[in-house]
Design a protein around this ligand. Structure first.
Ligand code: NDP
Length: 294
């Protein structure tokens, strides 16, 4: 059996086309284009790449982006002052502080300073807290976990009542992903570096989501035949045969697992494109809310 491959690129593109349409309509109605401010502190090459990708995606969708770069020596106060300025700027509908921040800066305080109505990354403690509470809705949901759920919905995967196993419990992926799945009435098991007998646990999963940052860790015998597998991991491994000397792989051994799973979202080409698509969608939603409240 070979798994149905979940094409995150195509699904993400469809979302981005809808976002571009929404933006065009908004502008045609006389509103300014939505604006996303990106805040990059220090010189982390991976963060620089992510921010550039997000800015490019904004430009393609007609969203204005405002890039702010602070040196690694920036103080807590300087970062929080910038966030306060952006909170007050009506051209800015979304504020994205690229994580991780350089050591010495308190990311929780910075995230807490973002106006929750502009928290398009969904990491404000109130938004995360609401995710964990029954009957409460977050203003915005973190983009990568939301992208995973979007893929599952697009593929008509039954979430309610399913046994979902999430590998990873980070603040930005694993934990919010698990909380979202609980909200959607899945029965969720969260695994982490201290979990015992991972293959035994993951084999129980109807839906298995891997976000550990360990190249190709999930093997065929970790997966129940027919299960849905979502690979969030993005890892660089050496490959002298490529021009760059490396290639990207997920947390799932694609070649093995595709022979067992019912559906598989690959990495790259699965969740990655969804993350940016969800960010753009959140930014447009924030702009619409600002217009309604004006
Ligand atoms: P973190 O390093 O913050 O968290 C990793 C999690 O995996 C931790 O909870 C850790 O456990 C757990 N873990 C690590 N090793 C093992 C192991 N051997 N067995 C079981 N659990 C383990 O990573 P992130 O959550 O930030 O990212 C995870 C992956 O997702 C990375 O590959 C990252 O590149 C990718 N990613 C992809 C995105 C996308 O858009 N596609 C966006 C964000 C991330 P513990 O808590 O005990 O330390």
């Amino acid at each position: 059996m070979s798994a149905q491959i979940i094409d995150g690129k195509a699904i993400g593109l469809k979302v981005r086309e809808q976002v571009a349409k929404d933006v065009a309509e908004m502008v045609a109605e006389g509103y300014p284009p939505p604006g996303l401010a990106t805040v990059l502190v220090g010189e982390n090459p991976a963060s620089e790449v992510y921010v550039r990708m997000k800015q490019r995606a904004c430009a393609k969708a007609g969203i204005e982006s405002f890039g702010y770069i602070l040196p690694a020596t920036a103080t807590q106060e300087e970062v929080e002052n910038l966030v306060a300025e952006l909170n007050a700027d009506p051209k800015v509908n979304g504020i994205l502080v690229q994580l991780p921040l350089p050591s010495g800066l308190d990311d929780e305080r910075v995230l807490n300073a973002i106006d929750i109505e502009k928290d398009v990354d969904g990491f404000h403690p109130i938004n995360i807290g609401r995710l964990a509470q029954k009957g409460r809705e977050s203003m915005f949901v973190p983009c990568t976990p939301n992208g995973c759920l979007y893929l599952l919905d697009e593929m008509n995967v039954q979430i309610e009542g399913a046994n979902a196993v999430v590998l990873g419990r980070s603040n930005i992926v694993g934990m919010p992903l698990a909380l979202l799945l609980v909200k959607r009435d899945a029965t969720v098991t969260i695994c982490h570096s201290r979990s015992q007998d991972l293959p035994g646990i993951t084999r129980q999963a109807d839906i298995l989501l891997a976000a550990v940052g360990r190249p190709e860790m999930v093997k065929a015998d970790w997966v129940k035949p027919g299960a849905v597998v979502i690979d969030v991991g993005t890892n660089r491994i050496d490959d002298p045969s490529t021009e760059k000397g490396y290639r990207l792989v997920g947390d799932v051994d694609f070649d093995e697992v595709k022979e067992v799973a019912g559906m598989l979202s690959p990495s790259p080409g699965g969740v990655g494109p969804m993350t940016i698509a969800m960010l753009l969608r959140n930014t447009v939603r924030s702009a619409k809310m600002a217009h309604q409240n004006a």
